[in-house]
Design a protein around this ligand. Structure first.
Ligand code: BJW
Ligand code: ZN
Length: 248
């Protein structure tokens, strides 16, 4: 593993980046930090709400016990996220989809900022806060323009829930399998702004590396993945990623 200062991308990575035909990017909360989105873990603290750690309120157990409390937590977060804008990291990643013959963006984020930056065909492993889903018939609905969200399905009358993946829940059918397939095929795998501790998302870089990809982490802090990486770019995503745009 080669640690580099935020100013330098190695010759090896430059060469690979310029000639790559297939690139995968996995993002986590850190990619949105410079837009003002709080991360879950970091700075020695974990996000909490009304005295509850986020892994308690954002859990399958809490959804069963108290769906209105879960809605309150997500309503609060939609209000926070609404005015936020993508940062240079989201914009650089959106640019990459035109640069490479094959490009896959896999995100754990539910904030919709990659979409707002122009990224398409994103594999959303943990859902999206701007959608709701019926617990009965599983119909999804867009709630991005709703001031107050309906709590019942217009089709079957069953309760709606946020369309996000809580702890202890399965990922959307097929999403991980699609991401894993891309991970097996990519030449470079960038892992940006994730603590790399939540599975199965955290296994994607391991899959990519095992299949021969060059693994590059972008994060101001070391993670459990850092030692596996071929290159660690230590710093903020919004400062590091635009350096790739300046390589041309
Ligand atoms: C910057 C920066 C800047 C800051 N620039 N970087 C194997 C072993 C043990 C447990 C499990 C296992 N497999 C599965 C599990 C259970 C569990 C799990 O992984 N637990 C671990 C914590 C141990 N996984 C699950 O439950 C998953 N489901 C599942 O596996 O289903 C199968 C199953 C079902 C039932 C029983 C058993 C198995 C589902 C996981 C869903 C995660 N959901 C959440 C909440 C979403 C809704 C919400 O928002 O409330 O998703 S949890 C939370 O963590 C959120 C995130 O997507 C996810 C990952 O966090 P992320 O993105 O990495 O953020 P942080 O905050 O952790 O890190 C930020 C990073 O950014 C830091 O490193 C900073 O340094 C960095 N940073 N500024 C760049 N400017
Ligand atoms: Zn329904």
């Amino acid at each position: 593993m080669q640690a580099v200062s935020k100013q330098s991308i190695s010759e090896e990575l430059r060469r690979r980046f310029e000639s790559a035909g297939n690139v995968l990017v996995l993002t986590g909360a850190g990619v949105s930090a410079e837009s003002g989105v709080p991360t879950f873990r970091g700075g020695g603290n974990a996000t909490a709400w009304k005295g509850m750690p986020f892994d308690v309120i954002s859990s399958a157990r809490m959804l069963e016990r108290d769906l209105p409390a879960v809605w309150e937590w997500f309503d609060y977060r939609r209000n926070l996220l609404g005015p936020l804008e993508p940062n240079p990291a989201h914009r650089e990643i959106a640019r990459w989809q035109k640069q490479f013959q094959q490009f896959t963006l896999v995100t754990q984020n539910i904030d919709g900022l990659h979409q707002k930056a122009g990224s398409k065909d994103i594999i959303e492993l943990h859902g999206n806060i701007w959608r709701a889903r019926c617990v009965g018939c599983h119909t999804r609905c867009d709630i991005s323009n709703c001031d107050s969200v309906l709590r019942e399905c217009a089709g079957c009358g069953d309760p709606l829930r946020p369309d996000v993946v809580l702890f202890g829940e399965m990922l959307p059918p097929g999403a991980f399998e699609l991401a894993a397939e891309s991970a097996r095929r990519c030449e470079i795998c960038f892992v940006v702004g994730t603590s790399a501790i939540v599975y199965p998302a955290a296994s994607l870089p391991e899959i990519a590396k095992a299949a021969g990809a060059y693994l590059c982490e972008v994060n101001p802090e070391p993670t459990p993945l850092s030692d596996l990486c071929d290159e660690v770019l230590t710093g903020k995503a919004g400062e590091i990623l635009p350096m790739f745009g300046r390589l041309q």
